[in-house]
Design a protein around this ligand. Structure first.
Ligand code: NAI
Length: 297
């Protein structure tokens, strides 16, 4: 078995939204210097500020010493260009869930990073084989799929595409462990493990809502309180983001040649069109922020 990347190896995180900032938070806390990049520089600034607040909360709860929090904060570095990621040992990509955009990013990165740099994608559902296919060295691209919220969720799916080298998958597996995670290895199939199994959870809940069986709050409470799920389907979709979740549904549906089991919901499409993306936009199935209420969409 290959070893984890040694502590002190530079981790580049591209995409500083919900997932990228969580990944940066755990990597820096585990002793790895992190360079954060985003096409919107304000997203990098927000991520670094949010991570600082998250460390402060951990210190308050006695789950981190203030010395550790200071050191972890000092390991976070904003990058304003991709070129600043040239010395990374691993790049973890957490940008928009779109094959062409991800392919373009990795093609750009391949021209910048060193020969031994690992290219990891946090994609929720896109084929690792497809993302890697246009690369000069597709064997160094691997899926490193974290779950939301990253600091709390232990699972990481390490996903091999057809070309991914065994050594790269092993290094990423061991590195996820060094970051305090519990990785599981799988081959690239549409939606991988969790997002494949979770599709009907969302799809049936959306059908129930469209059939006016009950409102989102009731359906969530039933699944939470009686079904034993940590979160009901509507609050979970609001947490994930409807833009992300809708893209995942479309990608799994297309990958299975339009299998009706995976048909995306018109309701999800409407939420995306309205910009009601969930927690991150202040409104999804629920409202967030100052006048939080629980309306039906
Ligand atoms: P997000 O919308 O919170 O953040 C994405 C960030 O990427 C934004 O700040 C955006 O400015 C940036 N970005 C977009 N295109 C870019 C580019 N070409 N170059 C550099 N930066 C770019 O999205 P989120 O939720 O963090 O998702 C990111 C990835 O992680 C997606 O592939 C998603 O499928 C995956 N994922 C999401 C989960 C979730 O629950 N939201 C869970 C697991 C994986």
């Amino acid at each position: 078995m290959a070893n984890a990347l040694p502590k002190g190896s530079i981790v580049a995180v591209v995409g500083s939204g919900a997932m990228g900032s969580g990944i940066a938070q755990v990597a820096a806390a585990a002793g790895y210097p992190v360079r954060l990049y985003d096409s919107r520089p304000e997203a990098v600034a927000k991520a670094i500020a949010d991570i600082g607040k998250a460390y402060a909360r951990l210190v308050e709860k006695d789950r981190m010493s203030s010395a550790e929090a200071n050191l972890a904060r000092e390991r976070l570095h904003p990058a304003s260009t991709l070129e600043e990621l040239a010395d990374a040992a691993i790049v973890v990509e957490a940008i928009v869930e779109n094959l062409d955009v991800k392919r373009k990013l990795f093609a750009d990165l391949e021209a910048i990073v060193g020969e031994r740099c690992i290219l990891a994608t946090n994609t929720s559902s896109i084929s690792i084989t497809s993302i890697a296919a246009p690369l000069r060295r597709p064997e160094r691209l691997v899926g490193m799929h974290f779950f939301n919220p990253v600091p709390l969720m232990a699972l990481v799916e390490v996903i091999s595409g057809l070309a991914t080298s065994r050594e790269v998958a092993e290094i990423v597996n061991a590195t996820a462990q060094a970051w305090g995670k519990e990785p599981v290895h799988a081959r690239s199939t549409p939606g991988f493990i969790v997002n494949r199994v979770a599709r009907p959870y969302y799809a049936e809940a959306l059908r129930l809502l469209l059939e006016r069986a009950a409102d989102p709050a009731t359906l969530d409470a039933v699944m939470r309180d009686c079904g034993g799920f940590r979160m009901g389907p509507f609050e979970l979709m609001d947490l994930i983001g409807h833009d992300v979740n809708f893209s995942v549904t479309q990608s799994v549906f297309n990958a299975y040649f339009g299998d009706p089991r995976f048909t995306p919901s018109v309701l999800q499409q409407e939420l995306v069109n309205a910009g009601f993306l969930g927690r991150k936009s202040g409104r999804g199935f629920y409202r967030y922020g100052e006048d939080a209420t629980r309306p039906e969409p």
